[in-house]
Design a protein around this ligand. Structure first.
Ligand code: KG4
Length: 485
């Protein structure tokens, strides 16, 4: 398996200007960037569109306006007429998609990154190819079952991954995701929010005393694997309001103000990580009840970049006799490789959909589709299988977007309370049938080793839908890559 080319465009500057994701701006930035980012990925791979055999596109969960930009693109614009298959994948599959599993590794693994800086949006710098190759290889070699901890800006999940599309949810967040809490506390501390507040807060915390503020560790009285970060965020806000009020800080030096901020940041991080570890340790126990042979903990999502989180997880897995699998930091946050990877898994399982009928370039319907009418939310389109359904003609709505898409309806037997809560919340928000419930019976049980396809994994399409917070939505707007076997 080779990563031939890759490109990412980010909207971080736009969102930083507005203090969060503004849906219309995010949609426009997606539409403006997508041509260039795909061109760059293909150029880095040395491929022409006609050489592709499949296109993977995220249809959920995520912000519908943005999902639509790429879903429309994948069938209707630059690649128009290419006889490619469509493999839909969920947003979070990325995270675990990087950490997929395969028993077979016989191809050489190399990586050619796109280092260009052109195109719409700003491009993320790409690391040296040889530096990531061994990490990718390791992530690609994890066998099922494994425990996945997803810690992103929108999701906090503990999931037992038994196969591609086969998940048992052990825990989720009852309020804010960890990345969201990092971002919000970073904003309260007036830190740099580009590309995310999390990295700035981590850097500040290095200069602080983690015992300076005694914040309570959340959820200790609940014997579950669920997470909660809203209370800790509120405690941090109160500390900031009480200790950093202008009336007080006017008597302090800049250094003293900095130290106070660093102490709050360090105390927040210490309690957040303690909570994360406590619940993850219980998750290991629960996962072993269902899968006694469990040997790996795979971590995904932007917060997995955090060095304190990584070191604490290393300690945890060491004491639990597990192997820790962490993607390279730049593949912890949103990127196109994870989506392409998840697409390959699905194609190997026979879950790909035929593309929509080709449209003549310049056709009015093509324009309309590219502008966003070629994909629909809310199930208006006929969409069997994994959510992508061929339309009946040019300009037809051919793909169903799933902005709130639960990962699985299968919860650990001990999380009955979570199940009740989930039923209640399903009534409040528009939800779709869980991803794992859509797996065609014939396809379940197909494993990467059985298919002989590379990295895989379980895809972790993860996520039980958006948390509802705009600020928690992904800020990296578009990614594209090409994989070859
Ligand atoms: O996976 P991701 O792209 O999230 C979503 O798309 O939802 O990751 C972004 C999240 C942000 O909330 C960001 O603050 C957090 O990951 N993050 C970090 C760090 N780097 C990114 N949080 C803590 N420490 C970091 N070093």
């Amino acid at each position: 398996m080779q990563v031939l080319g890759e490109a990412i465009a980010t909207q971080a500057d736009i969102h930083a200007q507005w203090g969060g994701v503004v849906p219309n701006l995010a949609r426009d930035a997606h539409a403006a960037a997508i041509d260039a980012v795909v061109d760059r990925a293909l150029a880095a791979a040395g491929l022409r569109p006609q050489q592709l055999s499949a296109i993977a596109v995220t249809i959920g969960p995520g912000l519908g306006l943005c999902l639509r930009a790429s879903a429309s693109f994948s069938g209707c614009t630059t690649l128009n007429g290419v006889p490619a298959e469509q493999a839909s994948s969920s947003n979070r599959s990325s995270s675990s998609g990087n950490n997929g599993t395969s028993d077979e590794r016989n191809g050489d693994l190399s990586h050619t990154a796109d280092r260009s800086t052109g195109g719409a949006g700003s491009s993320a710098p790409m690391p040296d190819a040889s530096a990531v190759a061994s990490d990718v290889f390791r992530c690609a070699s994890v066998p099922f079952p494994f425990l996945c901890l997803l810690v992103s800006g929108g999701h906090n999940l503990l999931v037992l991954v038994r196969g591609v599309g086969d998940y048992v949810q052990l825990g989720t967040t009852v309020d804010d995701a960890l990345g969201e809490a990092y971002d919000k506390v970073a904003r309260l501390l007036e830190l740099e929010l580009r590309p995310h507040g999390g990295a700035a807060l981590e850097a500040l915390a290095r200069d602080g005393d983690p015992r300076a503020f005694r914040f309570a560790v959340p959820m200790r009285k609940y014997a579950t694997c669920d997470f909660s970060f809203a209370g800790l965020k509120t405690s941090s806000r109160l500390a900031i309001e009480q200790r950093l009020a202008p009336a007080l800080t006017q008597h302090l030096t800049a250094q003293e103000v900095y130290k106070l901020k660093a102490d709050i940041a360090a105390s927040f991080q210490s309690v957040a990580v303690t909570h994360l570890m406590e619940k993850t340790r219980r998750g290991v126990t629960w996962a072993r009840e269902l899968a006694p042979g469990l040997r790996h903990l795979v971590v995904a999502g932007g917060v997995a970049c955090n060095k304190v989180v990584r070191a604490s997880l290393q300690d945890l897995t060491g004491s639990e006799g597990l192997e820790l699998v962490l993607p390279p930091p730049r593949w912890c946050t949103d990127n196109g490789v994870m989506v392409a990877w998840a697409g390959i898994e699905r194609i190997a399982c026979g879950w790909a959909e035929p593309p929509p009928p080709p449209l003549p370039l310049g056709d009015a319907a093509t324009e309309a589709a590219a502008a966003g009418t070629g994909a629909t939310e809310a199930g208006a389109a006929p969409s069997p299988g994994l959510g992508a359904g061929a339309g009946s003609g040019a300009g037809a709505e051919w793909i169903e977007l799933k902005p709130r898409w639960p990962l699985t309806s299968e919860l650990h037997p001990k999380s009955e309370a979570a199940r009740r809560e989930e039923r209640r919340s399903v009534k409040k928000v528009r939800m779709f049938t869980a991803l794992s419930d859509l797996v065609p019976p014939a396809a379940s049980g197909v494993t990467p080793s059985a298919t002989g396809v590379g990295p895989s994994g379980g895809g972790g399409e993860g996520g039980e839908g958006e948390s509802g917070s705009q600020a928690a939505l992904p800020v990296v707007e578009a990614g594209a890559m090409a994989l070859a076997q």
